[in-house]
Design a protein around this ligand. Structure first.
Ligand code: GLN
Length: 466
């Protein structure tokens, strides 16, 4: 199976390249920061690690598959001793005191972190423009947005500046930028990968997700980062996914898609026709296709944003200048809190904190927050029913193609609505995978909980069909 990780591994073992040269070449590609993907380069750390890999190879010691492979990290993950800014003014000078579990597992497997990547501040956004490091540019066309919030990670992978990157997906932030830059991006089942050391946005949907150029690389990385972690009580034990298992797909008999996602005025005409053409190609291979009913986009988006804002307002209350980040001194403690928070959070983040506190406050919480929780339960029930009928649900990743840089900032509501195909699956905590084929922004495959393997299988099939 096609895999960049395997290819590089082979070259290292056969001494066709040295790890130091490989890492240096990637760092040189990242240095000009042509797409605004770089928040900080991990030059010394990466070169030191590369030297050790080279020594091992020189001493004829065996190296693991991920050893020496350069990867990028969305700048919301802790990596001890390095800046972890969340692309925010608040944490601009904050250095992580420990390392996130998923990142530690990759480092333990020998992979080399080379860059902390630009993203929407605290994961708040769908375009990677809500950042103090400048808007990330799309890998295919620099006038367009990279997508968000893991825009820097998707662009680095698409430009081959990193072999893979670790993004974070709360409501689409791995899947949407992957679609916008035409690479693979997986949001695993919630709890498959530990969130420990990921700066919390909305804890009930936050997921750690790999972005790569091949399905096999996604599989390799996923296997390494998955598993129970005592530091995240929502993690569960999952089986390793084998290469063999995902190369056969004869057990996928029926797929479905949501009628109302497609028969909708908000969808771009070309995305719609490309999506339906893809469905026809799949049908022609003998797979049954069912149309399914689902909640309308407005309900999904409002439910997601109600819960995400409530959770982020609560999670970000710890940022008051006392323990972390920039502090602005005021006349008294209350004023210090107030100026610290108003000066250091972006407009978008403040909008969400205000919105979140509003939906949680007395007099509103029953009508808004509790109602959103109950709709979320209904959404999950809906999915359970669907997956009794179909193996996989297909959908476009976004209703519209990549917007121009600057457009999304003018209308936050329109930006929230652009998430309408990704957020529902997040609320259901389901595994969802963006593949770069099918439409201008890719296609999203979703399976029942803990069925991540099925997605990789079907993606392999679609690689040949679409
Ligand atoms: N665009 C969505 C939001 O702003 C999703 C972001 C994410 O997954 N971090 O909430």
């Amino acid at each position: 199976m096609e895999s960049q990780i395997r290819e590089i591994h082979q070259q290292l073992v056969e001494k066709k390249i040295t790890c130091t040269d490989l890492i240096q070449a990637k760092l040189d590609l990242l240095k000009p920061n042509a797409y605004n993907t770089v928040n900080s380069l991990l030059e010394n750390l990466a070169l030191e690690k590369a030297k050790k890999v080279d020594e091992k190879i020189k001493n004829k010691q065996e190296i693991g598959l991920l050893e020496g492979i350069p990867f990028g990290i969305k700048d919301v993950y802790m990596l001890q001793g390095t800046f972890t800014t969340a692309s925010s003014k608040f944490l601009k000078n904050y250095k992580a005191p420990y390392t996130a579990s998923a990142i530690q597992k990759l480092i333990d497997a020998g992979a080399i972190p080379i860059v902390k990547e630009n993203c929407d501040s605290f994961g708040h956004g769908s375009s990677s423009e809500n950042t103090i490091f400048g808007a990330v540019k799309n890998a295919l066309n620099k006038d367009l947005v990279a997508g968000g919030s893991s825009g820097g990670s998707a662009v680095n992978v698409a430009k081959n500046y990193t072999t893979f990157s670790i993004g974070g997906d709360t409501g689409g932030s791995v899947r949407q930028p992957s679609g916008y830059n035409k690479v693979y991006g997986l949001k695993p089942t919630y709890g498959r990968v530990s969130r420990f050391g990921l700066l919390a946005y909305a804890s009930s949907t936050d997921c750690v997700g790999p972005i790569a150029t091949t399905i096999e690389d996604v599989r390799i990385v996923l296997n390494v980062i998955s598993g129970v972690d005592a530091k995240d009580q929502t993690t569960y034990l999952s089986n390793e996914i084998s290469e063999k298992e995902i190369s056969r797909y004869d057990d996928i008999k029926t797929i479905g898609y949501f009628k109302n996602f497609i028969e909708n005025e908000a969808i771009d005409a070309t995305i719609k026709s490309d999506f339906l053409a893809s469905i026809e190609k799949i049908k022609s291979k003998g797979i049954n296709v069912k149309m399914l009913d689902f909640f309308d986009s407005e309900t999904l988006v409002s439910t997601y944003y109600t819960l995400a804002m409530a959770e982020t307002a609560s999670n970000l209350s710890r940022l008051d200048g006392t323990n972390y980040g920039n502090r602005m001194e005021g006349k008294n403690l209350k004023e210090s809190y107030s100026s610290t928070r108003s000066e250091n959070f972006s407009e978008e983040t403040k909008r969400r904190i205000v919105g979140g506190n509003q939906v949680l406050s007395q007099g509103f919480s029953d009508e808004i927050y509790t109602k959103a929780l109950s709709i979320r339960d209904q959404i999950s029930e809906n999915f359970e029913k669907d997956f009794q009928e179909v193996d996989i649900i297909l959908s476009p990743v976004t209703p519209n193609p990549q917007p121009k840089i600057g457009e999304s900032l003018k209308n936050p509501l329109a930006m929230y609505l652009s998430d309408s195909y990704t957020v529902g699956f997040s609320l259901g905590q389901l595994p969802t995978f963006t593949i770069p084929q099918g439409t201008a922004t890719g296609i999203q495959l979703t399976a029942a909980k803990n069925n991540d393997e099925l997605l990789l299988k079907f993606a392999n099939f679609l690689k040949e069909v679409l």
